[in-house]
Design a binder for this molecule. Structure first.
Ligand code: CMP
Length: 143
C-alpha cells in the first residue's frame, strides 16, 4: 500500500480547516496512519523545500511554513500520492478547480492550505523529515 506525506500549512490551521480537510481525505477512503500538530523548524523547512532553494519565493516560503503550527500527516491507500494531489488541486489557486481543497478554500497562491508529496521518493523523504518510523501506525488488524 502506498503512503504519502500531507501537511496542512499554517494558513489552514489558523483558519480552522483541519477537520474539514481531514474529513475529505477520510471520505475518499484514505487511511490516516500518523499525524501531529507541530511547529516546523527552519532546518526541517529547508529540507522539506530543498528543490525550491534558490527560487525567488524560497525565503518567503520558509518564513511562511515556519510561521505557526502545521498539521503533518501520513496517509495510506492504493495510488494515494496521485489521488491526494487530485483532491488537493493545482498549486496556483487560480487554476485549482472547484471541488478540490484549494479550489474550494484557498484564494491566494502562496497560502494554498496544504502540501502533498509529488512522487514516492518525495513521500519517503518528507515522511522521514517529520516522523520517526515508530510513529507510523498499522491498525488494519484492529477493525
Ligand atoms: P507546495 O505544494 O507546498 O510546494 C511548494 C510550495 O511553494 C507551493 O505549495 C506554494 O506554497 C509555494 N509556491 C510555489 N510557487 C510559488 C510562487 N510562484 N510564489 C510563491 N510561492 C510559491
Amino acid at each position: 500500500m502506498e503512503k504519502t506525506f500531507l501537511m496542512i500549512k499554517p494558513d489552514g490551521v489558523q483558519r480552522g480547516l483541519i477537520g474539514r480537510i481531514v474529513a475529505r481525505l477520510e471520505d475518499k477512503g484514505f487511511k490516516l496512519v500518523a499525524a501531529k500538530l507541530t511547529l516546523v523548524t527552519e532546518e526541517q523547512a529547508k529540507r522539506h523545500y530543498a528543490e525550491h532553494e534558490g527560487k525567488d519565493f524560497f525565503p518567503g516560503l520558509i518564513s511562511f511554513i515556519t510561521s505557526g503550527p502545521v498539521f503533518a500527516m501520513v496517509w495510506e491507500a492504493d495510488d494515494v500520492i496521485a489521488l491526494s494531489r487530485l483532491l488537493i488541486g493545482k498549486t496556483k489557486v487560480g487554476e485549482a478547480l472547484p471541488g478540490t481543497i484549494r479550489g474550494d478554500f484557498a484564494s491566494h497562491t502562496p497560502l494554498n492550505l496544504i502540501h502533498g508529496s509529488d512522487s514516492p521518493e518525495s513521500a519517503e523523504r518528507e515522511i522521514a523529515n517529520f516522523f520517526a518510523p515508530g510513529e507510523l501506525n498499522d491498525y488494519n488488524k484492529a477493525i
